[in-house]
Design a protein around this ligand. Structure first.
Ligand SMILES: NC(=O)c1ccc[n+]([C@@H]2O[C@H](COP(=O)([O-])OP(=O)(O)OC[C@H]3O[C@@H](n4cnc5c(N)ncnc54)[C@H](OP(=O)(O)O)[C@@H]3O)[C@@H](O)[C@H]2O)c1
Length: 321
C-alpha cells in the first residue's frame, strides 16, 4: 500500500507543480497598439527576446532585431513576419562582445531611424568561463552589462527626441546572490555563477541610476526578472550543473512566451511611469533586492562604467539639458 502511495506522490507532484506554476504566471493584458512606434530588442533571435519582438510585431510596431548571428536573425525575422503579418521587421547585426560593434550599431540606428520608443536590453550570456573579449573584459561582464550600458547611452538622444520612451533592462533574481558587490571590481572573475549574478546586479543598479538621471524627461526605465524560463541561456553548462538546470527546466520553468510577459508589461503597460527605476517580476513591481538599495553604489558604478567603455564627451547624453 505504502509503495502505491509513494508512486502516486511521485507521479502527481510534477503535475501539481506545473499546474501551480501555470496559475502563478502573470500575463500582460495591456491592449496597447504600437503602430507608429519603433522598438529595438537585443538578443531577439531566440528565447525571451524573440517572444518580446513577436509581441511588439503583433501590436504593429516597427521592430529592430538586434542580433549577432545574421542567419539566426533572418530566420527569426521571417518567423515573426509570418506569425504577425507585420512586414515592418528589420535585422541589425551587433555583437555585444565588442564596443566597436555597439558603436557601429548605434550609428546605424541613427542613420536609418528617426525615432526610438522602446529599447529592450535583453541579450545575455551565462557560464562563459574566463573567456575575454578584444576589449579586455570577461565575456559575461561585457555582453551582459558593459555593452548594455554603452548602447543605452548612445541611443538616449534619439529616444529623447521621440516623446515618451521606455528602456527595459532584463536582469535576474540571481542578482540577489551577488553579495559584497564592488563597482571597482568589474574586471574580476570569481566563478561563472558569481559573474552572472554580478552582471545582473549591475543592470538593476544601472536602471535605478538611469531613472534618477532621467527624472524630468519623458523616458522611463525598468529592470526585471523574467522567472525561470526554458531557453538556451545555460547552453554551456556541463556535468552536475547541467543536471540541476535540466531538473529546474523540467519542473519549474516557463515557456519563452510566458517568460516574455514582464518584458512586455514594462514596455507597454499604462501608468507605470511613476515606478521608473524599479524592479519587476510577474508583471508587478517588487521590492528592491537588499543588495541594490545603496544609491551611492549606483552612482559609483555609473562613473566606473563610463571609464571602462571609454564613453567620449560627445557620446554623453545631456541629462537635464
Ligand atoms: N532563461 C531564464 O531562465 C532566465 C532567467 C533570468 C533571467 N534571464 C535573462 O533573460 C534574458 C534573455 O535570455 P534567454 O533566457 O531568452 O536566453 P537565450 O535564449 O540564450 O537568449 C539570449 C540572447 O542573447 C544573445 N546574445 C548572446 N551573446 C550575444 C552577443 N555577444 N551579442 C549579441 N547578442 C548576444 C543570443 O544570441 P545567440 O542566439 O546568437 O547566441 C540570444 O539571442 C537574458 O538577459 C537572461 O539573462 C533568463
Amino acid at each position: 500500500m505504502i509503495y502505491y502511495a509513494v508512486l502516486c506522490a511521485l507521479l502527481t507532484t510534477p503535475l501539481i507543480l506545473k499546474i501551480y506554476l501555470k496559475l502563478r504566471t502573470k500575463w500582460c493584458r495591456s491592449p496597447k497598439c504600437l503602430i507608429g512606434k519603433t522598438t529595438i530588442i537585443t538578443g531577439a533571435n531566440t528565447g525571451i527576446g524573440f517572444e518580446t519582438a513577436l509581441n511588439f510585431a503583433k501590436r504593429g510596431a516597427r521592430v529592430i532585431l538586434a542580433c549577432r548571428d545574421p542567419k539566426k536573425a533572418e530566420t527569426a525575422r521571417q518567423k515573426i513576419i509570418s506569425e504577425s503579418e507585420n512586414q515592418n521587421i528589420f535585422v541589425k547585426i551587433v555583437d555585444f562582445a565588442s564596443f566597436e560593434s555597439i558603436r557601429g550599431f548605434a550609428k546605424s540606428v541613427h542613420e536609418t531611424e528617426n525615432r526610438l520608443d522602446i529599447l529592450v536590453n535583453n541579450a545575455a550570456v551565462a557560464c562563459e568561463g574566463t573567456q575575454k573579449t578584444h576589449d579586455g573584459f570577461y565575456l559575461g561582464m561585457q555582453v551582459n552589462y558593459l555593452s548594455l550600458f554603452l548602447l543605452t547611452n548612445l541611443l538616449l538622444d534619439l529616444m529623447s527626441k521621440s516623446g515618451p520612451g521606455r528602456i527595459v533592462n532584463v536582469s535576474s533574481i540571481m542578482a540577489k546572490t551577488a553579495l559584497f558587490f564592488n563597482p571597482d571590481n568589474l574586471r574580476s572573475y570569481y566563478g561563472d555563477v558569481d559573474m552572472y549574478s554580478r552582471t545582473k546586479l549591475c543592470i538593476i543598479l544601472f536602471t535605478q541610476q538611469l531613472a534618477r538621471k532621467l527624472q524630468n524627461t519623458q523616458i522611463t526605465t525598468y529592470s526585471l526578472h523574467p522567472g525561470a524560463v526554458k531557453t538556451e541561456i545555460f547552453r554551456h553548462l556541463t556535468g552536475f550543473n547541467l543536471l540541476v538546470s535540466a531538473i529546474i527546466k523540467f519542473f519549474f520553468a516557463k515557456t519563452p512566451g510566458e517568460g516574455a510577459q514582464t518584458n512586455i508589461y514594462c514596455s507597454v503597460e499604462r501608468n507605470i511611469e511613476k515606478f521608473s527605476g524599479q524592479h519587476f517580476e510577474e508583471c508587478r513591481k517588487v521590492a528592491t533586492y537588499p543588495n541594490a538599495r545603496d544609491a551611492s553604489v549606483g552612482e559609483r558604478l555609473w562613473r566606473v562604467s563610463e571609464e571602462l567603455v571609454k564613453l567620449k564627451e560627445e557620446e554623453k547624453f545631456q541629462f537635464g539639458a
